[in-house]
Design a protein around this ligand. Structure first.
Ligand code: WQD
Length: 351
């Protein structure tokens, strides 16, 4: 059975990808320092698949610790690299932390990829590399523009580092540019676990709806869009996860034309913030308490994907609708709230 290293396997997209890989016959191990995650989602992965995934609690910035994982696990068939910081706002405040963590970790991983001759690499990139595109939808060939945040710069530089590496390496690489991953696994065993106040739209909506947040703000409705709010391409996390399995199979089956290819992972539908809120209200039956606030620095006005290359090249299919995204996100938030209530009941001193 082909063994795959998933870095960031305890995270939101990482855990969903572990499930998909296991269900498609891969053996998996995780490398995750749990600086932004816990073992909770691995427990959910086990509940869904019956497989206990081993996690190496290693920071990729520590080369020796990272190398030790490869020494302990020979015959690695591929790596899926998720482990990185990804909060846009935080990256503006702490750029050096982002460059060090996201780029040093990547370089160390690539050094191990080369030394241990790992044949396949899938990299977690982002639509943020397009900046504010001149035309939408963006294709995989749309030229990059200045990224709006240090987080986005780390994704642009990460892609450049892998391109340069691919030129001198036999490792076959795929770069996956996610649009906006949302929702939770249909089993409701895994989902998004934002640390602190959520920056992303869907967890901000569900936490407001459940009462964890008193109110949420729509960051601006004075943009040149159909209702004034920003346009994004929301895509279910399970569809994103499956695209990683398909990418590995694409490389393993030598379907790739070059050893560094890019794919947009978006639904192909542009949805405004106000439309996303309306979709949530229709699914949940909850009237959302929101106010219109000022624009958020660094926001792209409108972006959504031309996903034809991923559909034709990888055989990727979008299987979850916007309604599914909102429903699974809401069910997950309600479960978290229920678990918190049970925990506080069992630990009254923490109330
Ligand atoms: C979406 C829209 C906000 C919260 C970023 C990264 C991207 C990816 C996803 C990692 C924007 C608006 C949000 C709120 C709001 N990162 N919003 N009120 O900024 O498109 O993408 O996160 O995978 O690479 O760039 O996502 O969910 O933060 O914002 O009005 O409380 O919702 O202004 O227009 P974004 P987001």
């Amino acid at each position: 059975m082909a063994k795959i290293i998933v870095t960031g396997g305890c995270g939101y997209i990482g855990a969903h990808t572990l499930v998909d890989l296991i269900e498609n016959g891969f053996e998996v191990i995780s490398i995750d320092d749990n600086s932004r995650s816990t073992a909770q989602l691995l427990a959910g992965v086990e509940a869904i698949t019956g497989h206990r995934v081993k996690n190496y609690k290693v920071n990729l910035c520590d080369y020796n610790d990272t190398r030790a994982v490869f020494q302990e696990n020979d015959q690695i068939a591929g790596i899926i690299h998720f482990a990185a910081y990804k909060a846009v706002g935080e990256s503006v405040v702490s750029p050096l932390m982002y460059f060090e963590n996201n780029l040093t970790g990547l370089v160390n991983l690539l050094k191990c990829t080369e030394e241990f001759e790992v044949p396949h690499l899938v990299f977690s990139s982002s639509c943020t590399v397009y900046g504010n595109p001149d035309a939408i939808p963006v294709t995989d060939e749309t030229p990059e523009k200045r990224a709006e945040s240090p987080y986005g710069i780390t994704k642009q530089m990460g892609e450049q580092i892998i391109r340069s590496f691919a030129r001198i390496s036999k490792t076959q690489c795929v770069l996956l540019r996610y649009f906006n991953p949302v929702g939770a696994h249909p089993s409701n065993q895994i989902g998004e676990l934002p640390l602190g106040r959520p920056a992303n739209l869907i967890p901000a909506i569900t936490q407001t709806a459940i009462g964890k947040l008193p109110q949420m703000h729509v960051h601006g409705t004075d943009y040149a869009t159909r209702d004034g709010s920003c346009v994004r391409d929301y895509i279910h996390v399970c569809d994103i996860a499956h695209a990683h399995t398909l990418s590995l199979q694409y490389l393993i089956n030598h379907k790739n034309a070059t050893n560094c290819e890019v794919f947009n992972l978006g639904s192909g539908n542009g949805i405004t913030v106000l439309e996303a809120i309306a979709a949530f209200e229709a699914v949940s039956g909850v009237k959302l308490n929101y106010a219109i606030g000022p624009r958020r620095a660094g926001d792209v006005v409108a972006i959504y994907a031309n996903n034809a290359k991923a559909i034709e090249g990888l055989g990727w299919k979008i299987t979850y609708s916007l309604t599914d995204m909102m429903r699974t996100a809401w069910l997950w938030e309600q479960k978290l709230d229920e678990e918190e209530k049970v925990f506080l009941k069992q630990n009254p001193a923490l109330n």
